[in-house]
Design a protein around this ligand. Structure first.
Ligand SMILES: N[C@@H](CCC(=O)N[C@@H](CS)C(=O)NCC(=O)O)C(=O)O
Length: 210
């Protein structure tokens, strides 16, 4: 299997981390987003949306990183993706929340305004966009912190692919100045999630240095 991705992106990193955790070998091909590799005809043939990561398994090309997590975890039995309809729906709930709210409304705009813009020389942060994202962060982090007040992991008693999904953005917390101080349960859970085997082995160079 081959993964096309951009190592510093949390969406690529979480997929590589899960594959390493599950001992699934992945050939890796760099799609350099800073050079526009995602808009080449070859890459658009794999993902017409022009986004990373993309997993290719034989003639099956799969884009959208949350679907890729489920696919990898479904290749062989693992407690990270239990064969139980309610637990799978519960995991999917957190993956959906991560996509629609935690990522899209809160973490991603802060990472874009405070990290990507600086890195790509795109100008100063848009303070109105930062304020909107900070309000979303407070709203969503309150939900996550409350959920984690009475349990060590998002679903059930042990880690699942929900940890790989939701925790991935928080590796950017320091760089993007994500305001985690008021949320002790998130910080304790993130320490547990980040200690899972897989992340360290696949860390992008900047994260290793951090
Ligand atoms: N919902 C998608 C988001 C993918 C995405 O936005 N990838 C970014 C990197 S984090 C990308 O490739 N952006 C390139 C572009 O928009 O030109 C997923 O989870 O895979």
């Amino acid at each position: 299997m081959k993964l096309y991705g951009f190592p510093p992106s949390p969406n690529t990193w979480k997929v590589r981390a899960l594959a390493a955790h599950l001992d699934i070998p992945l050939e890796f091909e760099m799609v350099d987003l800073t050079q526009g590799d995602q808009r080449t005809p070859g890459f658009l043939a794999l993902n017409p949306a022009g986004r990373t990561p993309v997993l290719v398994d034989g003639d099956f090309a799969l884009w959208e990183s949350e679907a890729i997590l489920q696919y990898l975890a479904g290749l062989r039995p693992t407690p990270l993706w239990p064969e139980n309809a309610q637990m799978r729906a519960d995991i999917m709930r957190w993956q959906s929340w991560r996509l629609a709210h935690w990522g899209k409304d809160a973490c991603e705009p802060l990472v874009f305004e405070r990290v990507v813009k600086r890195f790509m020389d795109l100008g100063l942060p848009d303070e109105a966009a930062v304020a909107t994202a900070m309000a979303a962060f407070e709203r969503e982090a309150t939900v996550l912190d409350g959920h984690l007040a009475t349990r060590p992991f998002l679903v059930g008693d042990g880690p699942t692919i929900a940890e790989f999904s939701v925790a991935s953005m928080l590796f950017m917390a320091e760089m993007a100045d994500l305001p985690l101080a008021p949320y002790p349960n998130i910080r304790a859970w993130f320490a547990r999630a980040a200690a899972l085997p897989g992340w360290a082995e696949t860390a992008p160079p900047a994260a290793e240095a951090a």
